[in-house]
Write a protein that binds this ligand. Sequence first.
Ligand SMILES: [Mg+2]
Length: 226
Amino acid sequence: MSYKGLLLDLDNTLYNYDAAHAVALKESLTFFSQKFGLSDMDALGAFEKAKADNHTQLVFTAASHSRLFYFQRMLESIGAFDVKMTLKLDAVYWEVFYEAMLPDPHVLEFLSTCHIPKCIITDFTAEPQFNKLIKLGIDPWIDHMVTSEEAGVEKPHPFIFMRALAKLGLNPEACLMIGDSYKKDCLGAQALGIDSIYYKGEKEKEDVAKGIFVLDNFHDISHWME
Ligand SMILES: [Mg+2]
């Protein structure tokens, strides 16, 4: 394979987002429930409702993922909005999240030995994504970054991919996308003629004719790209 540039998803591709989110959410909801004398179930219910409402109202935008907005809405829903408390819940969440993050197996080895330019392409507000790269210790190997907050649209919208290609200064056929979401990462890339690796994806969805390949770890990806 002779790709000249890499487009990399971040969450659940370069590290386990689900695991970090689970412990961060538990910690912030424990703080919330103790503060307001709520059961764990009620606290979780308030969070899930706040999250769902935020996603509905801000669909297809980076702000739909904002933890600050989730906590703000959660406090508002129990009639307890407070500026400092909103920021405190957000701070608790991110402190635990960053601490819990671990790069996926072989990610560090892959990034440090793959010498073509790399652009992160990720759906989220910008600041947490920048922090994640630092906490994972992978920022020295990342040449460019596009968040959906910067692009104004989310994957699989072509604009966010086009922005990444422009930063790399490369044509679609010269690039490879690696991500865990078939719809957002692989179909988004494919719409522009970019080959992709459906990371840890369902084998049945591999479509070599369309340039979509399924691989389970970064060691294999490294060999596949040789
Ligand atoms: Mg992902």
